[in-house]
Ligand binder design. Sequence first.
Ligand code: CO
Ligand code: CO
Length: 321
Amino acid sequence: MLRPLRAMFQPQDCPDLMVGIGCLDDAAVYRLDSERALIFTTDFFTPVVDDPYDYGAIAAANALSDVYAMGGAPLLALNLAAFPARLPAEILGQVLMGMADMVKQAGAVVAGGHTIQDEEPKVGLCVAGMVHPDKLLTKGGVQPGDQLVLTKPLGTGLITTAAKMDLADREDVDEAIQWMRRLNRAAGKTAADLDLRGGTDVTGFGLLGHAWEMAEASRVTLKVFFEAVPFMNGVVRYADQGLFPGGTASNYTAYSKRIHFAEYLNEDQKMLLFDAQTSGGLLLAVPQEKMGEFSNMMEFHGEKCWIIGEAVGREAGIQVI
Ligand code: CO
Ligand code: CO
């Protein structure tokens, strides 16, 4: 969507804009001085779950994630909300409460916002964060030899679609909600503490869509091991029933031809790797020598992570084996 705008922006127009529209990264980054850069980002979407509090919490965790995906820490947030006039005020109150609680958990503060009337609800945040200009985490920071690490399992697209059609098990939905509400804070902090350079978060374009952006921006070949990729409970069954959301199918159409899949992988397995995620985990490039420490630090924070592949060469591409 942003691609036509890229041509309008020339980097020399604004030397302090370190990451802008021409970069297709997770957030804009603006250098304030030699020690500090501002991270600026926004995200909002229509309801993904029935419970208004969970919806708000997930929308906030998702919007905050782009600050973590750039290696930074959120400072303040503005609520963005669109609601039908007929919706009771207490529902809106619960959604905003869910958002406020997540912002607080992130160590940031809700400083205001804007609400309009709209037939279909939409909520999210505009978030400002801070990072050291030399410590940016970007899609272009992957080096050959790096391990590819994912910090949440995949499947929220399939599970929320199954739930909308009343075909999902309650436990599966609850598990997905817990994952979507989980902040990428510890993963982002660990990445910053270990001075990692390559990373993004896995959201609407699915694992392979976002991995492709990294491969392209970093000019590396990423090798993904299908068997090592974690999925939430029930996901394979919902895939079997063909409950992929529309976004997953468009991801598959947009990216699959550029990716080399081993012959033994079937269509469902390929589609699973494109499942459109909401508030997914971070996808990080971890140099081999830092991998042990990375796992230990994540465990210390009570977080999980999975090594799902590695960067192997200096040509933009992805192989799935
Ligand atoms: Co992102
Ligand atoms: Co985003």
